[in-house]
Ligand binder design. Structure first.
Ligand SMILES: Cc1cc2nc3c(=O)[nH]c(=O)nc-3n(C[C@H](O)[C@H](O)[C@H](O)COP(=O)(O)OP(=O)(O)OC[C@H]3O[C@@H](n4cnc5c(N)ncnc54)[C@H](O)[C@@H]3O)c2cc1C
Length: 287
């Protein structure tokens, strides 16, 4: 197996373009190395992006905030501007594994690995984030929700890699929240998860809303009916009940030892309501 560690994105793209066979990008390796050791993947080349300095940056851009593909989840947790603007995205990254795992792992790896239960994906969908992708034909932006195409599958074409995750500008009185249910308090993957991103006006009326669920379908899903229930309303009991119902109705989960279809469907509604309340309070909403 060949190992390459380029120092720039163009070098990485050239290496990807010039290599035949199976290539895997190595970010934190907390999924990839486990899969290689288990014999589930046998790459012909591993391309390590950790030496690309630009991919280690969290930057303010004209259009919002950019999180480089090699930024660790631990680094996200101590970045003040990121935490202030996107507390839900950061809390999703800081639920992954443990401190040791977060010292290595990235949200880009979490996204590209495309587990239905991945913690960062619902939060990134609710945030309306985009993945900046580089490849042989140049750069393109893709909605994060379109990147995972099924369990373990993603929409990257041959020779492409994700350079960064782009978060949009933040309006005043906006906030997000992410919650997951796991049987254990940590080192477990979500049985169900929910992310809500809200903007409210001075009266507390919701003027923008995005809602996403994880672990209830082959990929994380957005829930337009829940967003519709929030828009134009305050977060009163009737609105919350409508959000919970819409989220439960959107679930198409599997039945397994970690949770039945009925259980996941019910918990999705409960978590979505709680995430909406957390986002609302953070945005300055008064109960
Ligand atoms: C003990 C343990 C606990 C865990 N707990 C959780 C948890 O609670 N929640 C959770 O969601 N996950 C969990 N995971 C899974 C894993 O830690 C996360 O998915 C993590 O975010 C992966 O990031 P990484 O940087 O390590 O990815 P890597 O392992 O480096 O890569 C993952 C996949 O993405 C591809 N990839 C990485 N970067 C790019 C890129 N820039 N462009 C294109 N493709 C790329 C790789 O080729 C690989 O296929 C856990 C794993 C372990 C070992």
């Amino acid at each position: 197996m060949r190992y390459e560690a380029p120092q720039t994105t163009p070098e990485a793209v050239a290496l990807l373009a010039g290599t035949k066979g199976k290539v895997h990008i190595l970010a934190g390796g907390t999924d990839l190395i486990v899969r290689m050791k288990g014999g589930f993947v046998e790459p012909d080349m591993v391309l390590d992006i950790k030496r690309i300095k630009a991919m280690h940056l969290i930057r303010k851009t004209k259009s919002g905030l950019s999180i480089g593909a090699a930024v660790t989840c631990g680094e996200m947790g101590v970045h003040k501007a990121l935490k202030k603007a996107w507390p839900g995205v950061v809390e999703s990254a800081n639920l992954i594994g443990s401190d040791q795992i977060q010292g290595r792992c990235t949200i880009t790896g979490n996204l590209c690995n495309a587990s239905p239960a991945a913690d960062s994906i619902p939060a990134l969908i609710a945030a309306d984030a985009r993945a900046l992708i580089a490849g042989p034909k140049g750069e393109r932006l893709l909605d994060v929700g379109s990147l995972p195409t099924g369990p373990g599958k993603n929409a990257l074409k041959k020779g492409e890699l994700v350079v960064s995750i782009e978060l949009p500008p933040r309006d005043a009185r906006s906030a997000d929240a992410y919650l997951r249910f796991t049987p254990r308090t940590e080192m477990d993957i979500a049985v169900v998860s929910a992310a809500v991103n809200l903007t409210i006006d001075r009266q507390g009326v919701i003027t923008a809303a995005r809602v996403a669920l994880g672990a209830v379908a082959p990929t994380a899903i957005r829930v337009p009916a829940a967003e519709k229930a929030l828009l134009g309303n305050k977060l009163d009991a009737a609105t919350l009940a409508a959000v919970g119902e819409a989220c439960s109705a959107a679930c198409k989960p599997i039945d397994d030892k970690r949770g039945t279809v009925e259980y996941r469907t019910r918990v999705a509604g409960v978590l979505a309501k709680r995430a909406a309340q957390a986002a609302w309070m953070r945005a300055g909403g008064k109960p």
